[in-house]
Write a protein that binds this ligand. Structure first.
Ligand code: PEP
Ligand code: MG
Length: 924
């Protein structure tokens, strides 16, 4: 056997670690009141390993074990999947210590120690990597364990679990075997077990007798051999190293990689492997296992909350195979009222657990997710980690922890990811629609909010349909972590089985996605792509609606209501704290009074970009616009512009009013004119008639406007240079609107912005037009309105000559959409064809149109800031590209000293919050 392990896992030519030294420590022991590690060593030991060590340091009883560091994972991949040569001896030494504490020996036919092998990255990736339990059970150790426990049934149950997990994790997944849907080894074995249960008329796994289990184990081994072409390993060392290897392999497994992409966890972090002695929750009615949270992870309420199962192993609770019981009265829901809680069944142990959880939360100063096992009346804590929570819960907990003096306001702010606020800004099912809707089923409310979509049954379908622009709801029997990509693509997730701590519930909660689990009335037929529920059949593509807050599933597509975060007192409080610490102002990009009002309600402090071209698309306006574009003479053009003027003025009045004295940056016409011209002959004919011009002439003019590369063509201030009357009309409309309101004593602060400036002379020329028009209008209205004239900085040349431009500009606004496009030489309209490949292959970490490319685009921005402020110390600067609402970009803008960011109305709270975090991070 030794030979097998050595040959397979520890080749004679062991890899040399990058910085190998004799004393390099790869294995950290914990147990018996002593630990090599501590909580701060998460990067090296993973969250699980570090916290186990910490618990031992705190005097909490955890089963002893050891952790192989994340460094080994990194070396393993760097060195062609070979371990550092010191690893073997260090594992043996640590195992010897565990054996000593437990008074058992790994692989000993007389008194065997069994271990679990678990993954643990530095940030938790629930269910994304592998775990193997009961390692060390072999035909040689089974009899001794039976003798020792006097419980043959328990031992064979443990063995069948090992067969299932090991064949799935080590022999199939880690070996790179890719079975067809429904033919994975795990499913085959489950099928065999279900078949036996049906044949015997059993309801639950616990009904299986020892003889049944013995037969089942033999059957499992035969299926494994037949399916995977290999015998199940019967040597403890081979099982151990197989398990360790499988955990490292699972770091690069499909679902772990997808999860990391979504969560932006770098591949280099690696996972640690924790080998821990087994304790058993399935030795009888005096045993059990569970998962509990120090606060309710769904609502954030400060109550101890969890699930447990008597006579069960951990996987039974989390995998959704049996519906778990509530841990205490506070965790009971309408559906679980009747189930026995741990508080009622084992009051003494519950009390112990309650005390430990309080202690752990206080120690870690955050909500903990705790796994525990009761073996024959003794409580063991298997792990504690910072618990996943949905965004609403995260906000409530953070605020309440400040009030309880557990954390500071600053910590509370830094604990929430700005994107988590998004869920509060998202819809819920309209109560009116819900009252009349047909209720299909009820389940557990795992992820709040409302969602509506078409039913799909596989993760791949969810992803493919979503790519086509369909809204889908992923409906699955069980909440398998393999579904991660589909879960992400779906609007919501619905499962027939599983509890509030099932993997999918955890993942959905982390994302703030609407999710209902344990909806036991669903009977899903994946092969026929149908779900039967209360006498109805839904097929793939049928619409359903979920109310994830209440756990209700409805037929059809119900109306959703926009979110109303102001009803949430914790959110309001948190945002108040955030606004107190941030220095960056937050504005919005809005072109209509309606959008401006939404943004104001979300806390926008002005408009950073009003794209005036959006005002020209209304049915009445577009005609005048086309007339203007296709005019031959200045006079004709002026006539058409005169038709547009009242519309523009009316829009500006609405926006100024909505912004109630906050600054409003209005950008003069920017896009290439061809975007407005008629696209069909019919439209062209109509226009020719209206203008009294022959069709052919108009058609020729239309064609002459064609550009090879319009994005770099006749647009931006180039329009104002060639057709000054356009900008004149716009300046007039802005100033007339402002003067009219000023006469009504309404405060207005127009900031007129010239787009796509590359040379200072362009701005100079445009400024002259604006200023002379503004003077004229103010004289006419006999009123003075404070206004400024500034420019977008969206071309590399503008950045490089920002000191020259600053002489003329009253403000700068970075147009990072165009700036990214021109710095990279990437067309933002065409990049979609190849950028995803760049991201997939790791050539670019992120899409530069989403998050500012700080080294390239960012460096130019910084240069522009410095050059601009050298000329005008207080030159006001902001950003209005799409990046203005993206947290990392907001932080960058804060760092380089911009005065404000501007983003779409629904991103405003996120930007406010990101700005607060940026200010705090800079202080740290
Ligand atoms: C920009 O280029 O960043 C910008 C805000 O302008 P637009 O997207 O309208 O070109
Ligand atoms: Mg632009």
């Amino acid at each position: 056997m030794e030979k097998v392990v050595k040959k397979a896992k520890k080749p004679a030519k062991a890899a040399k670690p990058a910085k190998a030294s004799k004393a390099q420590k790869y294995v950290y022991f914990f147990g018996g009141g002593k630990a090599d590690g501590k909580a701060e060593m998460k990067n090296l030991l993973g969250g699980k390993g570090a916290n186990l060590a910490e618990m031992v340091n705190l005097g909490i009883t955890v089963p002893p074990g050891f952790t192989i560091t994340t460094e080994v994972c990194t070396l393993y991949y760097k060195n062609n999947k070979r371990y550092p040569k010191e690893l073997n001896a260090q594992v043996d030494a640590a195992m010897a210590k565990v054996e000593k504490i437990m008074g058992k020996k790994f692989g000993d036919p007389n008194n065997p120690l069994l271990v679990s092998v678990r993954s643990g990255a530095r940030s938790s990736m629930p269910g994304m990597m592998e775990t193997v339990l009961n390692i060390g059970l072999t035909t040689k150790t089974i009899p001794a364990l039976i003798k020792k426990t006097n419980n043959e049934r328990f031992v064979y149950d443990a063995y069948r679990r090992l067969l299932m997990m090991y064949s799935d994790v080590v022999m199939e997944k880690a070996a790179g075997v890719e079975p067809k849907e429904g033919e994975a080894i795990r499913q085959k074995l489950e099928h065999a077990m279900d078949a036996m249960k049906i044949q015997k008329g059993y309801k639950s796994d616990t009904d299986l007798t020892v003889d049944d289990l013995k037969i089942l184990c033999d059957e499992f081994k035969a299926i494994i051999k037949h399916t995977l072409g290999k015998e199940f390993p019967d040597e403890p060392q081979e099982q151990l190293w197989g398990g360790i290897g499988a955990v490292f392999q699972s770091w690069m497994g499909r679902r772990a990689v997808s999860y990391r992409r979504i969560e932006k966890i770098p591949d280099e972090w690696g996972t640690a492997v924790t080998v821990q002695s087994m304790v058993f929750g399935n030795t009888g009615e005096n045993s059990g296992t569970g998962v509990a949270f120090t606060r309710n992870p769904a609502t954030g309420e400060d109550v101890f909350y969890g699930e447990w199962l008597p006579n069960a192993q951990g996987e039974d609770v989390v995998a959704g195979i049996r519906t778990p019981y509530p841990v205490n009265r506070a965790s009971k829901t309408a559906d679980t009222q009747h189930l026995p809680s741990l508080e009622e069944s084992m009051p003494q142990l519950y009390k112990q657990l309650f005390t430990i959880q309080k202690r752990l939360e206080k120690h870690y100063r955050d909500m903990q997710d705790i796994e525990f096992t009761i073996e024959d009346g003794r409580l063991w804590i298997l792990q504690t980690r910072v618990g996943k929570r949905n965004p609403q819960a995260a906000i409530r907990m953070a605020v309440e922890m400040v009030k309880q003096k557990l954390i500071s306001k600053e910590e509370a702010i830094l604990r929430i990811k700005p994107d988590q606020l998004d869920i509060l800004l998202h819809p819920s099912v309209a109560p009116v629609a819900e009252e009349k809707a047909i209720l299909l089923a009820r389940g557990l409310p795992a992820g709040p909010g409302g969602a509506t979509g078409k039913v799909v049954f596989t993760a791949d379908d969810a992803e493919a349909w979503a790519k086509k622009g369909e809204k889908v709801i992923l409906v699955r029997n069980e909440t398998s972590p393999e579904d991660i990509h589909g879960m992400h693509a779906a609007e919501a997730i619905l499962t027939a089985k599983g509890g509030m701590t099932s993997h999918a519930a955890l993942v959905a909660r982390g994302w703030g996605k609407c999710c209902i689990v344990g909806c036991s009335e669903l009977v899903i037929d994946v092969h026929r792509k149908e779900v039967h529920v209360n006498g109805k059949t839904l097929k793939e593509g049928d619409w359903i609606t979920l109310n994830g807050t209440a756990g209700r599933v409805y037929e059809g597509q119900l109306d959703l209501l926009p979110a109303d975060p102001d009803k949430n007192p914790w959110y309001k409080e948190l945002m108040k704290w955030a606004d107190m610490v941030r220095t960056l102002k937050v504005r919005t990009n809005a072109d209509t009074p309606g959008d401006a009002t939404v943004a104001r309600n979300f806390g926008a402090e002005g408009i950073g970009l009003c794209r005036t071209e959006h005002m020209f698309f209304g049915p009445d306006r577009i005609k005048a616009m086309r007339e203007m574009i296709l005019s031959d003479t200045v006079d004709e053009r002026k006539r058409a512009l005169a038709k547009l003027l009242p519309y523009q003025k009316e829009d500006f009045i609405g926006i100024f009013r909505a912004m109630a004295g906050f600054p409003v940056t209005i950008r003069l016409l920017d896009p290439p004119l061809h975007e407005f011209v008629p696209h069909t002959d019919k439209e062209l004919e109509e226009l020719a008639q209206e203008m009294g011009v022959p069709f052919d002439k108009l058609s020729a003019k239309n064609k002459s406007l064609h550009e090879f590369n319009p994005m770099l063509g006749h647009r931006g201030c180039r329009l104002g240079i060639t057709y000054p009357e356009i900008y004149e009309m716009q300046a007039q409309a802005i100033m007339e609107a402002a003067c009219e309101l000023a006469k009504e004593k309404i405060k207005v602060m127009p900031e007129i912005m010239i787009p796509l400036v590359g040379h200072v002379n362009e701005l100079q020329k445009m400024r002259e037009i604006v200023v002379s028009t503004a003077n004229k209008i103010q004289q006419e209205y006999k009123v003075k309105v404070p206004y400024t004239v500034g420019t977008m900085i969206e071309l590399p040349r503008a950045c490089v000559t920002a000191d020259e431009i600053a002489q003329i500009a009253d403000f700068y606004s970075f147009g990072t959409n165009d700036l990214t496009q021109t710095v990279y030489g990437l067309s933002r309209d065409d990049a979609g064809r190849f950028l995803p490949v760049y991201i997939e292959n790791g050539i670019l970490e992120e899409d530069p149109f989403i998050s500012i490319d700080q080294n390239g685009v960012g460096a130019l921005m910084q240069m522009a800031v410095e050059k601009g402020r050298k000329v005008k110390k207080d030159l006001k600067m902001g950003i209005c590209g799409e990046h203005g609402g993206e947290p990392k970009s907001v932080e960058f803008c804060h760092k380089i000293g911009l005065n404000y960011v501007s983003c779409s109305p629904y991103r405003v709270p996120i930007a406010r919050f990101a700005a607060a975090q940026a200010a705090l991070k800079k202080q740290i």
